[in-house]
Design a protein around this ligand. Structure first.
Ligand SMILES: [Zn+2]
Length: 67
């Protein structure tokens, strides 16, 4: 005689949200800023050029949202 077990629902693994480690949100102005790279921990200085700044910023935001 075979014992039958009720079909237990398999616990569904929780979908973990993709975690992207980023530096704390900062507004990078036009002035060079010293920041620590989140990837390699190098201390770097940001450089902002005046030309097409808004376009690049917009593109960066879009890329960030799509990423
Ligand atoms: Zn780096």
């Amino acid at each position: 005689m075979q014992k039958t077990y009720p079909d237990l629902p398999m616990p569904q693994p929780q979908l973990q949200p993709r975690v992207t480690i980023v530096a704390p949100p900062q507004m990078y102005g036009k002035l060079p800023m010293q920041v620590t790279c989140g990837n390699c921990k190098n201390v770097v200085v940001t450089v902002t050029t005046g030309e097409n700044g808004g376009c690049v910023y917009l593109a960066a935001v879009i890329i960030f949202l799509v990423w």
